[in-house]
Design a protein around this ligand. Structure first.
Ligand SMILES: Cc1cc2nc3c(=O)[nH]c(=O)nc-3n(C[C@H](O)[C@H](O)[C@H](O)COP(=O)(O)O)c2cc1C
Length: 525
């Protein structure tokens, strides 16, 4: 095992929550000094994007069907950014108000920042732009000096670890990675509305991506509030030429004219979570060979009664904070939601890496299904390995269902699910909750940077669950707080071959009528 993989595994171990002790986090929080969730660069031009709230008629359930691509324009790119990372509503209660976004985020802290890299001079001057969420605009960070080959638009994602660490301490690095996975899913769904596809560019080293996004420019950031580059995606539109030259892009950024300084996010940085810097360093990705995949043709979605457009559904997505423990979920909705998490479905065409995550599901209230613990291997080649690694008491009885679902035990698992998810009732009052279990030690030992990819895959699955739950007329919530090794114990996992990396819950939400809802961009009107 390399030193970097060792660092990662140690980080993972020390950031486990347990029934006896939570991972290290701040002893107290000064809510008045919460880091600003909106990053702004001062000293650079802000180009406002067209009005938000535009609709498109495509139904959510038809997103995988082939459709004419929209032309790349200020309007379509604005809609792509809004539906991926923009605001979806404001909530207020007792004098406080907070924004919600199309992309969810642990603690609503939003560590993810998005950048548009534009090589299409007809759209905008070629260069690098930061998506300013609050203003729904593009901050012009870099202008390329030389004309670049027009290879269309790219989206880069980065994380401000500090935003998440401010509240969650050492475990925050994990949450930042989940959020990247969610954001990638959001981008893929938003692109599908426009008839576009998204390609994850896997060859770049993180160092190169940092240079492209300008997040390596120490002089432009406050030291504790630096951004770490995560992902580069190419957006394939109807008029995009098939070839691109990532080295030329990086060179254009390195020789471009940069402007703007990141504004201070909060005044006091009382804690310095050095293990986050260590794991971030250990998981930096080196340059690798590009991954070429065969064309991906998502199969038609399974039947759904949902008649909502994808734009409506994306904007209405919320995390449930409480569930009504009475209703049951229709069996076909349960199957549809889970089938959508399988790797041959949209949005997993963006996922060029292997599928390393499997679902262990606590079924509480699903029509026609016995309550109990079930397993959904997302890659059936791994069935035998999962069977061998988990409790010998599990039945592994194939369920007669349109997906490879297995019943492990019949039981009322509500109390167990609640306890395992940090005593949160959202894990037990729902129709079902689940643990995303990753093929862990082999993956991380092969390359330390895979650690981040495992969480991205989990976040991507989480985004599918969020939207599919909405489409089924119910609601989901991501659960980052769970007692790691207690989950492993319940599953009978005795070593680190498999580890649970994220939980999720789906059910009938109970709305909090005390909260007032305001439109997403009410502040701009
Ligand atoms: C990675 C991740 C972990 C989360 N963990 C929890 C959790 O443990 N408990 C909870 O109630 N909500 C959790 N949430 C939900 C967030 O609090 C929610 O996304 C955020 O408040 C924004 O609200 P929205 O999803 O309605 O936009 C999590 C969300 C994400 C993305």
């Amino acid at each position: 095992m390399t030193a970097h993989s060792n660092t990662v595994i140690n980080y993972h171990r020390r950031t486990k929550h347990s029934l006896q002790q939570y991972a290290n986090s701040p002893a107290s929080l000064d809510w008045d000094d919460q880091p600003n969730a909106f990053r702004t660069f001062t000293g650079c031009e802000l180009k406002k994007l067209p009005k938000t709230g535009a609709e498109r008629q495509v139904l959510f359930t038809d997103l995988a069907k082939p459709r004419a691509e929209e032309l790349v324009s200020y309007i379509s790119v604005g809609l792509l950014l809004e539906l991926s990372f923009g605001l979806s509503a404001w909530k207020s209660y007792g004098g406080d108000s907070w924004a919600l976004r199309c992309n969810p985020s642990s603690g609503n802290l939003h560590p993810t920042e998005a950048y548009l890299i534009n090589t299409d001079a007809a759209l905008l001057p070629t260069g690098v732009y930061h998506y300013q969420v609050y203003q729904h605009g593009l901050e012009q960070r870099c202008l390329f000096k030389q004309p670049t080959h027009n290879s269309g638009i790219f989206i880069g994602l980065s994380s401000v670890h500090w935003r998440e660490a401010w509240k969650y301490g050492e475990r925050a690095f994990r949450y930042c990675q989940h959020d990247i996975g969610h954001a990638l899913g959001c981008l893929r769904y938003a692109a599908a509305i426009l008839g576009w596809t998204v390609e994850l560019i896997t060859e770049c080293a993180d160092e190169e991506l940092s240079a492209l996004l300008g997040v390596n420019r120490a002089e432009d950031f406050i030291a504790n509030e630096r951004e770490v580059a995560d992902i580069l995606c190419r957006i394939h539109t109807g008029d995009t030429s098939p070839d691109y030259d990532v080295d030329a892009l990086i060179h254009a950024a390195q020789t471009g004219v940069w402007q703007g300084k990141a504004q201070l996010l909060n005044k006091r940085h009382l804690y310095n979570w050095t293990v986050i810097n260590e794991v971030a360093h250990a998981t930096e990705k080196p340059r690798t060979a590009p991954i070429q995949l065969p064309a991906f043709i998502p199969p038609a979605s399974t039947a759904s009664a949902c008649q909502q457009t994808a734009t409506q559904l994306i904007r209405q997505r919320r995390s449930a904070q409480h569930f009504n423990p009475q209703p049951t979920l229709a069996e076909q909705d349960f199957y549809r939601i889970l089938t959508a998490t399988l790797p041959d479905k949209l949005p997993f065409d963006v996922w060029t890496l292997s599928n390393n995550i499997h679902l262990f599901i606590f079924v509480h209230r699903v029509e026609g299904l016995e309550a109990g613990l079930y397993a959904l291997p997302r890659n059936t080649d791994k069935l035998a390995a999962l069977q061998a690694a988990t409790s010998s008491k599990f039945e592994w009885q194939a369920v007669s269902a349109p997906l490879p679902l297995y019943k492990l035990i019949s039981a009322n698992c509500r109390n167990a699910a609640k306890t395992l998810s940090c005593h949160q009732a959202i894990a037990s009052d729902s129709a079902f909750s689940l643990a995303m279990v990753a093929e862990f030690s082999d993956t991380v030992e092969a390359a330390a940077w895979h650690y981040r990819y495992l969480f991205w895959e989990a976040g991507l699955i989480g985004q599918v669950l969020y939207l599919e739950a909405e489409a089924a007329g119910v609601r989901g919530t991501g659960i980052g707080c769970y007692f790691d090794d207690s989950v492993h114990e319940v599953l009978g996992l005795t070593d680190e071959t498999f580890q649970s990396l994220y939980h999720f819950t789906v059910g009938t939400p109970l709305d909090d009528s005390r909260l007032q809802t305001l439109p997403a961009y009410a502040h701009l009107k």
